[in-house]
Design a protein around this ligand. Structure first.
Ligand SMILES: O=C(O)CCC(=O)C(=O)O
Ligand SMILES: [Fe+2]
Length: 298
């Protein structure tokens, strides 16, 4: 029996589901009140406060990584791929702006996503995502009282697939933080680069952002991620990208989705862009919006 097959033994709600996947000796996420876990959380928060980027190397046990990487590889052919031209803000061109303004600089974006409803309840990936201890650990690292897994059946847990020749160009995230796990590294390229705190709520810093896009800034930091590394990244103020994938193999990243409130579902339009389809909950939301498209009191 392969190591990946051996991992299928614990039931999804088994108390040791987390310990079967995560290197809990190094990362005691199953005992958050222990002194070791408190120290890990304090260190993680300090790192995030300093650079907005936290990497927990070899977060998964070798057999845990084998299991999730195999699942991602099996599902990757079902990714929905989309190729667009985008600026860092994902907004429309504005010819009134100066030609050097980053809002006028469009880059090739070629990204694929496997939707969460294809990642079944028995998979190691979903066992990790639905583990309350893991969710509490992420909340503690980002300094939130509580966070909630997305209620969106497609966008809750996704696999990002970058095929050879594809890239995720310079951008800011629309959410405060992203939690991701690299499960397959490409032969070349596919490197995560970021510019910590290049903008703030008070200052867009378009000049510096433009310089980064033109390759004229020494701000970008390169982060070499290895399969099994868990990353927590604050992408709202830090410009970042994944460089073009080179060679013959894909780059696979699992993205764990969280919100500040329970019951959060993404917009139907966004779901179509990412996955090429919507779930019944999105269709219901669209119908409700149509019904409400009047000026009457609710
Ligand atoms: O795949 C990565 O490492 C980063 C992805 C990213 O920036 C995003 O999903 O917004
Ligand atoms: Fe991002």
């Amino acid at each position: 029996m392969s190591r990946a097959a051996a991992l299928k033994q614990p039931a999804p709600d088994a108390p040791d589901a987390l310990a079967a996947l995560v290197d809990t000796a190094r990362y005691p996420v199953d005992e958050l009140d222990s002194p070791a876990a408190r120290a890990l959380i304090a260190e993680s928060r300090a790192r995030l406060a300093e650079t907005g980027c936290l990497v927990l190397r070899d977060f998964l046990r070798p057999d845990g990584l084998d299991a999730v990487a195999a699942e991602a590889r099996t599902l990757a052919p079902q990714a929905h791929h989309r190729h667009t031209q985008t600026n860092p803000y994902d907004c429309a061109d504005d010819p009134a702006l100066d030609a050097g303004d980053p809002r006028r600089m469009f880059m090739d974006r070629s990204n694929g996503f496997v939707a969460g409803d294809l990642i079944g309840p028995q998979t190691a990936l979903r066992r990790l995502y639905t583990d309350d201890g893991f969710t509490r650990f992420v909340a503690a690292c980002v300094g939130a009282e509580a966070i909630h897994r997305y209620a969106d059946p497609l966008a809750d847990l996704v696999i990002n697939v970058l095929r050879p020749g594809c890239q995720h160009p310079w951008h800011f995230d629309t959410t405060a933080f992203v939690v991701s796990l690299l499960t397959r590294e490409p032969e070349g390229g596919g490197v995560f680069e970021y510019c910590p705190g290049i903008r703030s709520p008070e200052h867009e810093n378009f000049a510096e952002v433009g310089a980064v896009l033109r390759g004229e800034s020494d701000r970008p930091r390169r982060l070499v991620l290895r399969p099994g590394d868990l990353q927590i990244f604050f992408g709202r103020y830090s410009l970042h990208r994944v460089t073009r994938v080179e060679g013959k193999s894909d780059r696979h990243t699992v993205i764990f989705g969280y919100a500040e409130k329970p019951g959060i579902v993404g917009r139907a339009e966004r779901s179509r862009q990412l996955f090429g389809r919507v779930a019944p909950v999105h269709a219901a939301e669209e119908r409700a919006a149509l019904v409400r498209a009047d000026t009457l009191t609710d």
